[in-house]
Design a protein around this ligand. Structure first.
Ligand code: NAP
Length: 317
């Protein structure tokens, strides 16, 4: 049997990420059974209808019972309470691996680790892949292909459990890297969290310019603004939890961002064309580096695919 294969995988939360894990695990033959739970009965029902889970439950504890891999795929703020619920029900199997997919890692370790019984291996994770879509219908097997998944195992974590989870994510199509939760949160603050905040903000700023909103914002949105509106369509609950749980790193990166923005403002105000040209050239070089690293294409329109579920899969996390 492959080390990456689990007898029963429990998905706690069956939205975009949970359902994509199910599709990718089935594609790679990594699951004997897949079970799941969600907040609402409607989502569990939908996941059953779509064949994402073999069995659905109303509670996380019922789904976790008897599972050798439990993946928390809910908004970040729910991970701690759910781990506590499973622990209090005595539903963790001995030697099970507990992981999550949350976009923040320090707060998840803080909230989940106290509830993990001895003998259960907690290995936090974060696939750097996603779209602005939510729900069980949004998932697809290719979501993780060629994307990174970051694991943040605690120092005393069982090495065999980490290796097994790493093999699982590789089986789902990902490259895997390990780092500390603190490092993860600083990196993701600048690569994902602050960009989302900027998108939410710029779309609202345009929306508040009432005269423009009705027609021109939509009519002329083929420019950069269109990309911001797509990112700003991301799930408000998920992103509320990201910002509330990665405060320190986000605020630090925002401070740096506003200093750099002030430098640009100043260059514009004082007609410092050379400064603007230099700063824009630096940004362009960074973009080329991303393409060379295979994390995007240089095709026109960012090589964006036209299928709705894959559009923009590269930018989200
Ligand atoms: P999603 O599509 O909105 O799905 C969230 C799921 O969590 C839903 O099935 C929801 O159930 C369930 N849920 C919410 N509260 C719950 C609770 N108290 N108990 C049990 N289930 C609960 O979200 P997603 O995009 O898959 O994101 C899930 C996680 O992945 C988040 O932590 C996010 O940070 C992380 N992530 C997201 C992306 C992305 O681009 N979207 C990328 C990487 C990582 P209902 O449907 O019944 O409400």
């Amino acid at each position: 049997m492959s080390a990456a294969r689990f007898e029963q995988i429990a998905l706690i939360g069956i939205g975009l990420i949970g359902s994509s894990i199910a599709h990718a695990a089935r594609r790679a033959g990594l699951a004997g059974r897949i079970v799941g739970s969600a907040r609402t009965a409607a989502t569990v029902e939908k996941a059953l209808q779509l064949g994402i889970v073999d069995e659905g439950f109303q509670t996380a504890a019922e789904a976790a019972r008897g599972s050798d891999l439990i993946v928390l795929c809910t908004p970040v703020g729910m991970c701690g309470p759910i781990a506590r619920e499973i622990a209090e029900a005595g539903a963790f199997s001995d030697a099970a691996i507990l992981t999550d997919v949350g976009s923040v890692k320090g707060a998840i370790v803080r909230d989940v680790a106290p509830h993990v019984p001895v003998g259960v291996h907690f290995v936090p994770g974060h696939p750097i892949a996603g779209t602005e879509q939510s729900g069980p219908e949004a998932g697809f097997a290719e979501l993780f292909d060629g994307r990174w998944c970051i694991l943040t195992p605690p120092e005393n974590c069982d090495a065999a459990a980490v290796a097994r989870l790493k093999a699982f994510w590789q089986g789902l199509g990902s490259h895997v890297e390990t780092m500390t939760p603190e490092h993860h949160d600083r990196v993701l603050a600048i690569t994902s969290h602050v960009p989302h905040l900027i998108a939410f903000n710029i779309v609202n700023t345009a929306g508040h310019l009432e005269r423009v909103t009705d027609r021109e914002v939509i009519k002329f949105s083929a420019g950069g603004f269109r990309d911001f509106t797509r990112i700003a369509a991301s799930d408000p609950t998920m992103w509320r939890d990201v910002f509330l749980n990665n405060k320190q790193a986000v605020l630090e990166m925002l401070q740096r961002f506003s200093e750099d923005l002030t430098a640009l403002q100043r260059a514009i105000r004082y007609d410092e064309g050379d400064t603007l040209h230099r700063l824009f050239s630096e940004a362009r070089t960074l973009r080329r580096g991303i393409i060379e690293a295979g994390q995007d294409t240089d095709a026109p329109d960012f090589g964006r695919r036209t299928t709705t579920h894959q559009a923009g899969a590269d930018e989200k996390a």
